[in-house]
Design a protein around this ligand. Structure first.
Ligand code: SF4
Ligand code: F3S
Length: 107
């Protein structure tokens, strides 16, 4: 199993999740983070840390977010590891909870 970053991370990228991951499995893109499913050890620590509630176990994904399993795996192969917390994106609080952010994902 793995944990998965879903749509509400897009344009927020608070990075609190990175601080608790014991195996550095988060990878960073311009406005989104993903989890490498090959590295995640299912420790559950990141899930409650995300202010945007964007992280779920792969078998507990909200309806409509299932395609983020493949997207996390795909993007983790191309994006660099992030292991230190940084400031969230500008206007992150305003974007938290907005619908249809998938169209704004920058790869
Ligand atoms: Fe990292 Fe644990 Fe979250 Fe997996 S569940 S991404 S190992 S903090
Ligand atoms: Fe994204 Fe939440 Fe981490 S917004 S960067 S999954 S803390």
């Amino acid at each position: 199993m793995t944990f998965v970053v879903t749509e509400n991370c897009i344009k927020c990228k608070f990075t609190d999740c990175v601080d608790v991951c014991p195996v550095d499995c988060f990878h960073e893109g311009p406005n989104f983070l993903v989890i490498d499913p090959e590295e995640c050890i299912d420790c559950t620590l990141c899930e409650p840390e995300c202010p945007a509630e964007a992280i779920f176990a792969e078998d507990e994904l909200p309806e409509g977010q299932e395609h983020f399993i493949a997207l996390n795996a795909e993007l983790a192969e191309n994006w660099p590891v992030i292991s230190e917390v940084k400031d969230g994106l500008e206007d992150a609080d305003e974007w938290n909870g907005k619908p249809n952010k998938i169209e704004l994902l920058e790869k």
